[in-house]
Design a protein around this ligand. Sequence first.
Ligand code: ADP
Ligand code: MG
Length: 257
Amino acid sequence: MSVINISGVKKSFSKNKYALKGIDLAIEQGDMVALIGPSGSGKSTLMRHISGLTLADKKTPSEISVFGIPIQQNGKLHKDIRSSRARIGNVFQQFNLISRLSVLTNVLIGGLSRVPTYRSLLGWFTDEEKQEALDALERVGLRDFALQRASQLSGGQQQRVAIARALMQKAEIILADEPIASLDPESSRQVMEILQGINEKDGITVVVTLHQVDYAKKYCRRAVALRQGEIFFDGRINQLSSDQLTQLYGIQQLDQQ
Ligand code: ADP
Ligand code: MG
């Protein structure tokens, strides 16, 4: 069953310059998909469309749905996307956490979409919720950091807190946009292994953008490669040939593979 369905999505930010040139894509439940491609190819724009943070062009018929429920149609946000959004956990490269709050509170916030609005406004958390948040932190190896301020953590640790927050949210899909772009190799490995672990153990569908291919090859099954706003390759990542990689990234990048 596909959990994300995208059809006909075009996006231009300025006249005649298309960030996305007509994207059709279905993501299957439980898959771990790498969205790859050089900088500027449209990866982040596509991710933002799935969450409904960016709207497709109105003049072209298009639809994006999650679990069969539309997020946007023909460039208009569907009227009730609250429940769909609650099923999607976002992990971004930056601006992930509320830096002055504790790690624990940042994780607890992930669960707010599951409680009644009046309580989320008051910011109450039950003991059960606190325990659940501590368990989520345990999963990402940061149980001992619960009471530190988020800003005191390293970049890699902050990404792991963002993943714990998505677990607290009971997200069924995680969209991670360049989660390792600014991390050292050891932190990158930890973040990718955690994403892989929750994909395998919890069956959470993971879509992760990576601007280089090596981590995608190591941790993901399927690759969708974007080039200049178009799908250039879609298939098993080990079937991406070196010729295709050269076309995708140019010769310099290939030398680094
Ligand atoms: P990637 O994530 O693959 O690096 P992006 O999705 O960020 O690529 O960008 C794709 C194209 O869309 C680029 O040409 C970028 O400059 C343009 N773009 C993205 N967001 C905006 C925006 N908010 N305003 C104008 N242009 C944008
Ligand atoms: Mg990007």
